[in-house]
Design a protein around this ligand. Sequence first.
Ligand code: ADP
Ligand code: MG
Length: 439
Amino acid sequence: MRLSQYFLPVSREVPKEAQIVSHRLMLRAGMIQQSSAGIYSWLPLGLKVLRKIEQIVREEQNRTGALEILMPTIQPADLWQESGRYEDYGAEMLRIQDRHERAMLYGPTNEEQVTDIFRAHVKTYRALPLNLYQIQWKFRDEVRPRFGIMRGREFLMKDAYSFALNADEARIAYNKMFVSYLLTFKRLGLTAIPMEADTGPIGGDMSHEFVILAETGESAVYCHKDWLNDSLDAGAVDYDADLQPIVDRFTTLYAVTDDKHDPKTCGVAEADLAVTRGIEVGHIFYFGDKYSAPMGAEVMDDSGKSSAVYMGSYGIGISRLVGGIIEASHDDKGIIWPKSVAPFDVGVVNLKADDDVCTTASEALYARLIEAGFDVLLDDRNESAGGKLNTMDLIGIPYQIIIGPRGMASGQVEFKIRESDKRQDMGIDEAFQAMMETR
Ligand SMILES: Nc1ncnc2c1ncn2[C@@H]1O[C@H](COP(=O)(O)OP(=O)(O)O)[C@@H](O)[C@H]1O
Ligand SMILES: [Mg+2]
């Protein structure tokens, strides 16, 4: 992509309305634009990152055997009346009437909708276990939308729903999601700590929030200090094997949000306890027959007896993750994208677009990198060198190759790693090789 032909409305000004760094940087880097409170348009650079995160989440869901579907954003109110949640959900639900005065709503979540799909088609245990997921926009009329896309009203979520014959199979389904979340967040360059969460009337230990640590997080968290030093590695996972040992390993170290913390029972010595803040990026939840029973989603077991199917739901805040990753990875110059979600692999900066030598070299390198399969952003604009370098730093592409007249006089370019700020002069061939080695 040539920056001269791209739409990248960057800004130097620090937006006043943005209270946290990720929101400021997303606005300054031209990734999003507010439409109304908590509702945003995604501009090309922001959308690219959003799509990369989405794809990683999708691949990791698929690896567990979950099947992707796509449900509508607008749902009929009847379904929610069946489950009993229509009144309970309250003001966060955006209620709509169509031209025939039928009550509809913009889905804040999809348990009812997916249960309706399930009950229409599945009648026997032979179709189980089943996990259906989607990546779809949600709307929740939050009282206080804030922090940009972190707590929006319209946001993109991956929501999966598992169906099982009994509580044992439901746990197996839950464990698969638990482990896949560890792998997903790791690929996104994040350490997300599973924290025991409220299970409501169901009880038990089958609800976890996955929280990344950040000073600007909305919830206070208490965790064992070892979580800070150690990004535990779930390693290679066989989803057909018993995953309970992995789940146990990741749930023995203490980690809870403040509503669950009790200094008397926490059992961690004060010196070993970290008190910090975090951002919830995922939430997994087992709720048994809470929806299947009232909605009549029943399956027959091998003795011919029908009973309500056991369900769980599993969310990942895909749009929130864009902000979460920035909170975890930035410096005073701008964003530092982990390679896995970077909008481009490498930026080529032609410092002097009206200089023939620089332009010829930049164009040749640009073509060669594309040929080798890299996604390249070439700054070919006729702008000040300083402004170009600032823009490249701001938008956080992991590698930069900077081509200027001074270096070119001796055939040298500068290869720069955004994260460490390590710079090295080298020939163009070497810079190309250095990129090849980043794969
Ligand atoms: N208002 C929001 N804006 C952006 N992401 C959200 C919002 N609400 C929830 N999410 C994301 O969706 C995931 C699943 O949502 P859920 O657990 O149902 O939300 P909550 O904990 O707010 O009830 C959350 O872990 C979070 O990452
Ligand atoms: Mg939650």
